[in-house]
Design a protein around this ligand. Structure first.
Ligand code: CA
Length: 217
């Protein structure tokens, strides 16, 4: 799962990106509205965290323009007493908001909820055959015992599970799992898929040659 953080305060941007990475997300960063809009249009993010008061292009404008072409879930960051800001943000197409200052645990919970809702899930657990995927603790278990996965293997499984029954292309996997500045190789996706297959056992994941992967019940 990949998140874009658009925030012009360097310290806050750093703290947010770090907390999200520690929770297993890939994170891209943007320090102003123009860069944020550019990235939000160019890539497929699972969620965007958007500050409203930004240089070059403010958050409301970013949202309005983004909404003309993408439905990516957006969480806006607003001032504590900014009722008007929140209303304007929600009216511009934001999905949720959080008032500054906030607790990181709440931010992370809201991000999880946003991603869950955009995938049409009402609860934080998904059941695939014998597997139970807990998106809150980011763990996978079978018959009550946790299967040890690396953060990236977990993210890959979650992505396939959220899209179960549909083909997920290699490009989509690549975009959701790796950060823009990361050095990575095209066969990395296959390596993660094969490790995941080995750990899960069974034949949950089908390969569509030259296209991508598909997870079924
Ligand atoms: Ca700001």
């Amino acid at each position: 799962m990949k998140i874009l953080v658009v925030e012009d305060e360097p310290d806050l941007l750093r703290v947010l990106a770090q907390a999200l990475r520690e929770s297993g997300y890939a994170v891209d960063e943007a320090a102003d509205g123009e860069e944020g809009l550019y990235k939000a249009r160019a890539w497929e993010y699972d969620a965007i965290i958007l500050d409203l008061l930004l240089p070059k292009l403010n958050g409301w404008e970013v949202l309005q323009r983004l909404r003309q072409e993408r439905k990516t879930p957006v969480l806006i960051l607003t001032a504590r007493d900014g009722v008007q800001d929140r209303v304007r943000g929600l009216d511009s197409g934001a999905d949720d908001y959080l008032a500054k200052p906030f607790h990181l645990t709440e931010l992370l919970a809201r991000v999880r909820a946003l991603i869950r809702r955009s995938a049409g899930l009402a609860v934080s657990e998904m059941q695939i055959g014998q597997l139970v995927i807990d998106t809150r603790s980011r763990t996978v278990s079978r018959d009550g015992s946790v299967i040890p996965l690396t953060p990236r293997e977990y993210s890959l499984l979650e992505l396939l599970a959220l899209n179960r029954g549909s083909l997920v292309t290699r490009t989509q996997i690549y975009e959701h799992l790796f950060e823009e500045q990361e050095e990575s190789f095209s066969n990395l996706v296959d390596v993660h898929v094969s490790n995941l297959r080995r750990k899960l056992g069974g034949d949950f994941i089908t390969t569509r040659r030259g296209q991508g992967y598909l997870l079924h019940d």
